[in-house]
Design a binder for this molecule. Sequence first.
Ligand SMILES: Nc1ncnc2c1ncn2[C@@H]1O[C@H](COP(=O)(O)OP(=O)(O)O)[C@@H](O)[C@H]1O
Ligand SMILES: [Mg+2]
Length: 415
Amino acid sequence: MTLRRRLMLVTTLIVGTVVVAAAGACYLVIRGELRGQVDLALTSQGVLLDRSGGRGPGGMRDRVPELGARQGGPAPYVTVLSAGGRVFVYRGDAALPTSERDLRVAAGNAPAGMSDRRVAGLHLRTLAAPLPGGGAVIIGRSLADVDRTLERLRLVLAVLCLAGIALAALLGRRTADRFVAVLDRLERSQAAQRQLVADASHELRTPVTALRTNTEILLDEPDLPPAQRRALLADVVDQTEELSALVADLIELARGDQPADAVEDVRLDELVAEAVERARRHATHVFFAVELDRVAVDGVPERLGRAVNNLLDNAAKYSPPGATVEVRLRGGELTVRDHGPGVPPEELAQIFDRFFRATNARDRPGSGLGLAIVKQVADRHGGSVRAATAEGGGLAVTLSLPGARAVEQIPAPAG
Ligand SMILES: Nc1ncnc2c1ncn2[C@@H]1O[C@H](COP(=O)(O)OP(=O)(O)O)[C@@H](O)[C@H]1O
Ligand SMILES: [Mg+2]
């Protein structure tokens, strides 16, 4: 059985049991109350009979009690037994059937007692009570009204129970669905984290090994010619930088898998302009041509900034010296286009994968995580990112964010 089914079943069972138990308890209380009223009427009539006293079997006929409203109305069934157990007289459609116990009551060997009996298809509640002069009287009252009320009550409660169970099943299904969805999300995120750790440990091994080899050579060979020594040290510096960039990217990716950061109203054009300023300082060999609409989006500024930086860094990194990088923001769409070598068409679909680096880029430094971060940021903002070969060569990467709002330019005060 699937977890969802099990959850549904358990929820339905628990709620169903509670509903049925509540209905059962309600039924028993009302039944007790209704029958209690009949029993009370019978008891008060029995007490009255007890007080009437007995004067031997001959007088018994007179002792068939007349019972008024104060005793719960006349009892339609009254049967008097002699001490020997003979039926002397009865009132009602028929004499009440006598039991072994009635005979013992008549003989003075048993106390008064209540019981149910049937007479001519009628359901009666009866009290068998000893008479002071010997013998016994059995008084019976019909339970027809009580039975009818209880039958209606059973019907109503059964309908309520069924409705309750149906509701429980419905609720159970929704709860199970929600629970399973949460579990699914958790499992997917866990799998993603595991994959990242696996990929990362694989990717980290190469630079760490290279770094270690170079350091060992430097340590083991103190007599290396200074030029060679300098070259090795320069390598070590490069590898350390590469390693720290890789670690920073990994941390960024792992952070993106965490629960959402606080979302703010972000002026996207200002954020891009700042990122371009930063890129200009870092990449002095290219020009940036910028065209920005004034727009705002809902987003996490640091993460959006990181994504934009990655796009600009790529464009600069893969551009030949003196080339122009075009940065355009239209509505919620930011396009960064360069005039570099682009990506082979058959590899375009993969460039957003973690650690993927196109065949024509593997001689350049990089981790292959920059665009994976861009994609993660786009996904987290409900947006998307795509890459295409630009007309006339080069790569154009477009980041689309939903819910972009144009920001009105406040006119400068006149004069
Ligand atoms: N502007 C670009 N021009 C050419 N190729 C690019 C460009 N941007 C990304 N790529 C390709 O996509 C790959 C993945 O990019 P990215 O994730 O940023 O990794 P990295 O820049 O560390 O190599 C790069 O290795 C490169 O092959
Ligand atoms: Mg990159």
